[in-house]
Design a protein around this ligand. Sequence first.
Ligand SMILES: [Zn+2]
Ligand SMILES: [Zn+2]
Length: 122
Amino acid sequence: MTYFSHIERLLWLKSHTLVEKQCMLWVGTTINYRGVTYGRVKTRLCKTGSCKNYYVHILAFMMHNHTFITPHEVISHLCGNSLCLNVELLSREPHSVNCRGKFCHAHNSCNGHFDYLDCILF
Ligand SMILES: [Zn+2]
Ligand SMILES: [Zn+2]
């Protein structure tokens, strides 16, 4: 088992799937950031790295895509569920685009996000 798959397994074990919405919801530790609840886990990204807190949806995205997210980017929830880890419902975007889960989902309609993916409304 690679180190990355160890983290993926941890994320998988601590979430449960909402079949009807395809969301995989985190059931572990959460924090509140600006009124939104996010899953958080303390881990290290490589065996020699230091332990840090990571948002679980960002971890899930990085693990799945074998990539790293810069401080200028966000991982948006297309489904509007801030606790969701389903990588199919996550989108990598610059900060300026990220307003999902607020307006679109509150009004149940998506007006588009420039060149980025539309929200998924169930
Ligand atoms: Zn979701
Ligand atoms: Zn939208």
